[in-house]
Design a protein around this ligand. Structure first.
Ligand code: C2E
Ligand code: CA
Ligand code: CA
Length: 510
């Protein structure tokens, strides 16, 4: 079942990426519009390359076949669909005799082509080139290519719809294309396609081909409509990408939730079957070699498998199962206590919730405050306590009944000595992280020395945790830390192994 918190989490996981993506897309609109503009210019150039290739084909294959008399062969060649295609609106011959013919028919005067009357005679000097039809009658200018051979002129008037077709996508009125021939052609064409108002607007986007070796220079302008279009498109892309990320996050959350849901089930079954058992790790006074107490560490005996607390403690805390788990542990510890020697204590790990509320106190009260001098509690510094005053009250209540409290993992949190004072705790467990620095050049070693010095200054009882070597034990002993817990003496053991271990140790010491 999803509770209210999960519902809000799912909503947040889904919508936050969408919102972030939408926000980011606002900044990306202009670069995106520029990208569309550059792509469009590329597209125009590709189209021109295709047209040039067709012109080359004509030059190679068609031109040499002309008889230059506008007879049947010439007309057939001019109308041959191989050369007379989408790109070419009219193609024709202008003979040296002053007559002409074209794909439209024989004898089309230059004016009918949109050219000046003496256009062809003016061209005489040039071997070949490009020009444009005249800008009149409100018609758009068209490109015209010409080639001279044996005193005659062959010309191609290009279809003016080519740029329109390309400029119409992806949005109408988004582009202005300017085309101009370089060099010193007598009638250098300069004309444009698209919305001329774009050029006059403030800050239009531009993209141009700037290759001086090219015959033409081309400039593409992008106006407001393009920016609006880019905004809409990038917003859609952003929303889509955000929704996809959101969906993935929700799926990941759902999978984790289900996994944890099944973990919760397993933990509940484990509790019902009393599968959570204590392992005990001895704490030894290195001066006498005597075992003075133990830390009870939970293990989950799941069939033959022994599950480490790292796998389940955090989640048990998150879903509240840590309370019944600790109760089961306490019950077991109370049962084992007598077998472990009269004077030895056993330390139990708590979580903040045990003392944020009077949970532990109530439980102990219900059991009529059992074994106060032999039960101790460890409170970790890793997770901070929210209501420190209340926690201090709870601790003082426990201490009044004779129970000891230790601050676990000392030095790893933010509490430090001020925290200890506020909570009224007089015992600390120095974390393995610091013990590990003994014999190394790690900078944290000076922290260890400082903790020990301050611990003595504040009259704290100190237990060093995670001591693995004799060298570490000696170092600590030399600095007055005698209470040692770690593999150097023993790993945490189940009661059945701990008892023979204690017996063997006693015999060894006798
Ligand atoms: P912790 O309270 O800091 O317990 C000490 C951990 O250090 C234990 O790990 C112990 O086995 C390990 N340790 C002790 N000496 C050495 C050593 O010399 N070398 C190395 N490598 N490790 C050493 P463990 O038993 O896996 O427990 C892990 C943590 O799980 C505990 O850290 C504690 O935070 C939590 N935990 C265990 N049992 C309980 C419990 O009953 N209640 C709560 N709330 N937490 C528990
Ligand atoms: Ca502990
Ligand atoms: Ca610890």
């Amino acid at each position: 079942m999803y509770n209210k918190r999960s519902f809000w989490k799912i909503l947040a996981l889904f919508f936050i990426p969408i919102l972030l993506a939408l926000l980011a897309s606002q900044f990306a609109a202009i670069p995106w519009a520029q990208r569309l503009l550059n792509q469009k210019l590329d597209e125009l150039q590709q189209d021109q390359i295709a047209r040039q290739n067709e012109l080359k084909l004509s030059l190679r294959e068609q031109v040499s076949q002309f008889s230059f008399n506008c007879g049947e062969t010439d007309m057939a060649l001019l109308r041959n669909p191989r050369f007379y295609n989408d790109h070419v609106r009219i193609q024709g011959l202008w003979l040296s005799s002053g007559k002409g013919c074209s794909s439209l028919g024989p004898d089309v005067p230059a004016q009918d082509l949109g050219l000046s009357a003496n256009f062809f005679s003016d061209l005489k000097e040039q071997q070949n080139g490009v020009s444009a039809t005249l800008d009149k009658f409100n018609t758009e200018q068209e490109l015209i290519a010409f080639y001279h051979l044996k005193g005659h002129t062959i010309y191609w008037v290009f279809n003016n719809s080519w740029a329109h077709r390309i400029l119409a996508t992806p949005c109408e009125g988004c582009f202005l294309f300017e085309f101009s021939a370089r060099g010193d052609a007598p009638t250098s064409p300069i004309f444009s396609r698209g919305d001329r108002a774009i050029k006059l607007a403030s800050d239009p986007l531009t993209s141009s081909t700037d290759d001086p070796t090219h015959m033409f220079s081309q400039m593409l302008w992008g106006g407001d409509k393009l920016i609006q279009y880019a905004k809409r498109q990038i917003t859609l892309i952003g929303a889509g990408a955000g929704a996809l990320i959101g969906l993935l996050l929700v799926i990941a959350y759902w999978l984790r939730h289900n996994h944890l849901g099944s973990l919760k089930n397993l933990l509940e079954i484990g509790l019902a079957q009393r599968e959570f058992i204590p392992f005990y790790q001895p704490v030894v006074d290195s001066r006498s070699g005597q075992v003075i107490g133990f830390e009870a560490l939970l293990r989950w005996q799941k069939g033959k498998e022994l599950v480490s607390p790292h796998v389940f403690i955090d989640y048990a805390e998150e879903c509240g199962l840590i309370m019944p788990m600790t109760e089961q542990l306490l019950e077991q510890v109370l049962e084992d206590l007598d077998k472990l020697g009269e004077k030895r204590w056993i330390s139990i790990n708590l979580v903040a919730a045990h003392i944020d509320q009077p949970v532990l106190r109530t439980w102990l009260e219900q059991q009529q405050w059992p074994n106060p001098e032999r039960l101790a509690f460890e409170l970790t510094e890793r997770t901070p306590i929210t209501d420190i005053n209340h926690a201090a009250q709870e601790i003082s209540e426990l201490q009044k009944h004779g129970y000891h409290c230790k601050l676990d993992d000392f030095g790893t949190g933010y509490g430090g000595f001020a925290y200890l004072q506020q909570l009224g705790i007089h015992q600390i467990k120095i974390d393995k992280m610091f013990v590990d620095t003994i014999g190394t050049t790690d900078l944290k070693r000076s922290v260890l020395d400082a903790i020990i010095a301050s611990g003595h200054g504040a009259n704290m009882e100190m237990i060093a945790e995670g001591v693995e070597s004799q060298e570490q034990a000696d170092y600590l002993q030399a600095r007055g830390v005698h209470l040692i817990q770690g593999y150097v003496y023993s790993k945490p053991l189940p009661l059945a192994q701990l008892l023979p271990w204690l017996t063997a140790r006693r015999q060894h010491q006798l």
